[in-house]
Design a protein around this ligand. Structure first.
Ligand code: ABU
Length: 756
């Protein structure tokens, strides 16, 4: 029984072979890998009709593969590497040998299948895969394609940025796939070589929202993308939500997405079609030319436009596949390329007297496989998608690049980047490009830096008050000099009061020196020195006089001894020299420099295209903290000590030291104003105008008050001719230490009055 079966099978086999030989027709078997369902690029179904038309034309031609019957079989690769490889293997193991693999339409599928198809000695030709890595002959030894690899689109993108629209800043975002990483790396390399600044390079796997947000935060305007169209939809939806769309934002996608890819319904997208349309409007698309731009007759005896008409009226044509119309030319052409390469191989085999013809090919025939591979590399045709040949034996065709833009909700052809010319040039389609309001978007927010200056009205007002203060100082100085022999003046140490007036004038002068606006290191030094010395001189004059009162009334011996002005001058000189020394060391160690300081919180937007950033010019010294705080501490200690002395002598009434009471008031005044001024200067550090206004106000107010406290009583006394008797002067001291115990004591003014 077993023998019977065997004989039966052998008979059957012989019958098939005989049958084949009998009608003298061998099959040339092509296996198509079409991504029809799945994710990524799923336009495989659109390839079927062009394949059918091409096979009809080749058969009708009669001179290609004569005596053979060309067949085309396909699998749905689902744009998935695993499924593509699995289904291809299945075909290899269950079907008679194929002569060529045609596909995949997806790069991910082509990458997986072409790494193994060559092991079956098969040449593989893809109509549509555009991943740059497929050009690598070491990884994909027998792979060809009709699609231009996406990195070649980068040349157009760079040309567009530099030469067409003068954009020098861009950002990138790509899907995490080797395909898209390589395209993006290529763009980054070319951009860097062309001095294009890259704001950020975003990568995402699934949800691009945070990456899109980052683009927005980086103020990206020109954004180069590399991704499949399902991810492009997610990106646009995220862009809509983030507000990263509109006439000022330029998205650049690849052109091989389906025609209205942004409107394709997608369960993963929660944006309405209207929102997607808004986000996509104005986006650019770059791709290889889909159809021969030259109106010439190609293979099949027709022009590209004739071919399209034929396709359109064909009974098998279904409009639902129109979004993938761009693949029609390449799909038609790749069948011709395959047939011509196999025809070439057949002729070659016959010419070299090979025992086998192409029809006898098995997967073990590496020599035939090599001949087919060589023949494919040598093909050159005028196809429906353009002139096709493979550059220098490489995997890729040379083609012009088409630039499109979504305008008014439609993809509009703008022009062609000619890579066949030297230098490469861009041929515009007249009047195709329409910018909103005829304005080319900027590559970044235009930033205007504006210096914050002290408003002239404020400055003039302050200067007027300071000027009046100076006049007042000079009036008091004149009074002091004129009435120097008047006892009221004489008894109040007029020389020390002159020093006080000098300090006051310096205080007023300080406010004339603006802390910002055209500052130089000299102005920085002048302001610091002026203010520091002004304060020190004024205060030390007050302090020294208070100290004298305190000394006299806390030391009985001194009652009969004169504390001379020279001693007070010595105190002033010591304090001033100490502060001067600190200032000198400060400027030697860490001199002032002028720095522009940008104020983050001070920004104005003009539209969303121009940003005005405000800055102030400030005096900066690296070690200023140490010196400033040393000065604060010294002045603070003196202020505290002075206030203490004034408090201790608050009940003293000495007509001989006739202004002691007022000096005390001045000290309190200085203490309070200094404390408030210091606090405000720390709080308002970055608010230059406010700080200038407040500190100047405090300075003018405090200085004027000091002058008035000291001089008004004297002027009043002199003008009203109050006799400053030196007899019967009463002095009352409350030291708080029980030294005078509040006792009143009298003393001869001539003993204690500090006459000069
Ligand atoms: N035919 C569209 C290209 C997509 C891809 O290479 O995967």
């Amino acid at each position: 029984m077993r023998h019977f079966s065997l004989i039966f099978l052998l008979l059957l086999k012989n019958i098939r072979i005989i049958g084949c030989v009998g009608n003298n027709t061998k099959n040339i078997r092509l296996l198509g890998l079409l991504p029809i369902t799945g994710k990524g690029w799923v336009g495989g179904a659109a390839v079927k009709l062009p394949v059918k038309l091409a096979l009809e034309d080749i058969r009708a031609n009669g001179s290609i593969l004569p005596g053979y019957n060309i067949t085309y079989d396909f699998i749905d690769s689902q744009c998935s590497p695993g499924i593509a490889v699995y289904r291809m293997f299945e075909k290899f193991h269950t079907e008679p040998p194929y002569h060529m693999v045609l596909g995949d339409g997806c790069s991910t599928g082509s990458e997986a299948t072409s790494q193994v198809s060559y092991l079956w000695n098969l040449t593989q030709l893809s109509f549509g895969s555009s991943s740059p890595i497929l050009s690598d002959r070491t990884r994909f030894p027998k792979f060809y394609r009709l699609a231009v690899p996406d990195q070649k689109l980068n040349d157009l993108r760079i040309h567009m940025m530099k030469n067409l629209f003068n954009w020098n800043i861009a950002a990138t975002i790509h899907q995490a796939e080797e395909f898209f990483s390589v395209v993006t790396d290529d763009f980054v390399e070319k951009a860097t070589a062309n001095n294009i600044t890259l704001l950020s390079q975003e990568i995402f796997m699934h949800d691009p929202h945070t990456r899109v947000k980052n683009l927005k935060n980086n103020d990206a305007r020109i954004i180069m993308t590399a991704m499949y169209e399902d991810r492009a939809r997610s990106v646009l939806c995220a862009a809509y939500k983030e507000g990263l769309f509109g006439p000022k934002i330029v998205w650049v996608f690849v052109g091989w997405f389906s025609t209205n890819f942004w409107l394709v319904s997608d369960p993963l997208i929660d944006c309405t079609p209207e929102q997607m349309a808004l986000a996509a409007e104005g986006a650019f698309l770059s791709s290889a030319t889909y159809y021969n731009p030259v109106d010439e007759t190609g293979v099949g005896g027709m022009t590209a436009s004739e071919y399209l008409k034929r396709w359109e009226i064909h009974p098998d044509h279904t409009p639902d596949l129109d979004p993938f119309k761009f693949v029609l030319g390449q799909s038609y052409d790749h069948i011709w390329m395959a047939a011509l390469a196999l025809d070439c191989a057949d002729k070659k085999l016959r010419s070299i007297g090979h025992p086998k013809t192409i029809g006898d090919f098995t997967y073990k025939d590496s020599d035939i496989g090599e001949i087919v591979f060589q023949c494919m590399g040598n093909q050159s045709i005028i196809g429906m998608s353009g002139r096709i040949s493979f550059a220098k034996g490489g995997a890729d065709p040379d083609k012009s690049i088409l630039l499109q833009r979504i305008q008014g909700g439609h993809r509009i052809n703008l022009g062609y980047y000619r890579q066949d010319t030297y230098p490469n040039r861009f041929d515009w389609i007249p009047d195709a490009l329409k910018w909103k309001d005829n304005k080319i978007p900027r590559d970044s927010t235009f930033v205007i830096h504006k210096e914050i200056v002290i408003p002239p009205t404020l400055y003039i007002t302050i200067c007027v008050f300071a000027g009046l203060g100076i006049i007042l100082s000079f009036l008091f100085l004149s009074f002091n000099i004129y009435y120097r022999n008047n006892r009221n003046v004489k008894l109040s140490s007029p020389n020390i009061n002159n020093v006080l007036l000098f300090g006051c004038v310096l205080c007023y002068v300080t406010v004339f020196i603006r802390p910002t606006e055209n500052v130089t290191s000299a102005t920085c030094k002048a302001r610091a020195v002026c203010f520091c010395l002004a304060f020190t001189i004024t205060f030390s004059a007050l302090f020294s006089k208070t100290w004298r009162v305190y000394r006299i009334f806390t030391n009985k011996k001194l009652l009969r001894r004169t504390i001379k002005d020279i001693q007070l001058f010595a105190i002033i000189a010591i304090i001033v020299m100490l502060l001067t020394a600190i200032l000198i060391v400060w400027q030697l160690v860490s001199p002032f420099q002028v720095e522009a300081h940008e104020l983050d919180f001070e920004k104005d937007m003009v539209g969303n295209d121009v940003e005005v950033r405000f800055f102030v010019q400030t005096c900066v010294s690296k070690q200023s903290t140490y010196f400033v705080w040393t000065i604060y501490i010294i002045e603070g200690m003196m202020l505290s000590f002075g206030a203490f002395l004034a408090w201790e002598t608050r009940h003293v009434k000495i007509e001989a030291l006739n202004d002691s009471h007022h000096i005390g008031l001045c000290l309190y005044n200085v203490v309070i104003l200094s404390a408030v001024g210091l606090t405000l200067s720390l709080v308002l550090e970055n608010q230059m105008v406010l700080l200038y206004g407040i500190t100047s106000g405090f300075l003018i107010f405090g200085t004027t008050l000091t002058q008035l406290f000291v001089f008004v009583p004297k002027v009043h006394a002199v003008l009203t001719k109050v006799d400053c008797s030196i007899k019967g002067v009463t002095a009352t001291a409350n030291t708080g230490q029980g030294r005078s115990q509040g006792n009143a004591s009298t003393f001869p003014a001539s003993d204690s009055a500090p006459e000069n």
